[in-house]
Write a protein that binds this ligand. Structure first.
Ligand code: SF4
Length: 289
């Protein structure tokens, strides 16, 4: 078996070759996350990585994009990751970009010189799961960092020259913290000022800690119109210089695309029209992880 399933990648990496050089997530504690619960984090052995790259070179010799899986390949040692990047650019003549997920703690654990080394070796873009900018929401979901640490992590990635895509999860504050989640997430995203900002919407998977909280009535989910209120409040509060914004994930009730802040009014207008039932929302049962 070439891959160790389950295997995840961001939607924008749909056409990328996925190379699984690590397994699982080194944090693996977020209460809403089901992705790597069946795996224990580890870096694959040099022999496993060698075999995986050799298989990929034979199967996809003209790959131009590679995504390094699983949950946070950036947690591996800088020297080993740099060696892998160099081998990829040497082994895939058409390779243009290599990307991976980046956990905030992994970004903060690397020195600025290490991040620069990886950027120069050809790691081009990072996906940072910010999830929320609210201190209480981040603490409740056990993200493991504060908003200020999240900002520092994002700014360090930007400072080292990485393209950065930040993700926020709509509804993650529930009914109790939705306003704080919206306003503080806008503050954190604005402080990082990434090239890409993606909005997903919370789906609660059976087996997660959050699922149990919902069942016990400790976490009350937002209704679709409330998610839209939250998105409006978030968009009203962001200050971004030139950021590609997307909420076109299958978990979202409404697909939005634009550039922030340039298209803010247009996006707010679409959200208002959706609340007035002039635009149909994705039915609850059609939302997907
Ligand atoms: S959300 Fe990201 S950091 Fe948190 S457990 Fe899941 S993969 Fe790991």
């Amino acid at each position: 078996m070439v891959y160790d399933f389950p295997l995840y990648r961001p939607p924008s990496e749909a056409k990328s070759l996925i190379l699984q050089i690590t397994l699982g997530c080194s944090h693996n504690k977020c209460t809403f996350c089901y992705m790597y619960k069946t795996k224990k984090y580890r870096v694959k052995t040099p022999q496993e990585i060698e075999e995986h790259i050799n298989w990929a070179k034979n199967a996809y010799p003209h790959a131009s994009r590679i995504f390094l899986a699983d949950g946070n390949a950036l947690a591996m040692e800088t020297r080993q990751l740099k060696d892998i990047l160099q081998r990829l650019y040497a082994g895939f003549p058409d390779l243009e970009r290599v990307t991976c997920y980046a956990g905030p703690k992994d970004l903060l654990a690397k020195g600025e010189d290490e991040l620069l080394t990886l950027r120069k070796a050809g790691l081009t873009m990072l996906y940072l799961g910010v999830e929320s900018g609210s201190p209480r929401v981040l603490q409740n979901v056990k993200k493991g960092v504060t908003p200020e640490e999240m900002i520092r992590a994002g700014q360090r990635a930007r400072g080292a020259g990485f393209q950065l895509s930040c993700m926020i999860i709509s509804g993650l504050g529930g009914k109790e913290f939705w306003e704080e989640h919206a306003v503080e997430s806008a503050r954190v995203i604005s402080a990082i000022d990434p090239e890409y900002f993606a909005l997903l919407t919370l789906l609660v998977e059976e087996g997660t800690a959050l699922y149990k909280q919902v069942r016990r009535g400790e976490f009350v989910l937002l209704q679709p119109n409330e998610v839209i209120d939250e998105t409006k409040l978030m968009l009203e509060n962001v200050e971004l210089s030139d950021c590609v914004f997307r909420s076109n994930h299958p978990s979202n009730y409404l697909s939005l695309k634009g550039t922030l802040n340039k298209d803010r009014d247009k996006l707010l207008d679409i959200l208002t029209r959706a609340q007035q039932a002039q635009i149909a929302l994705r039915p609850e049962g059609w939302r997907l992880f």
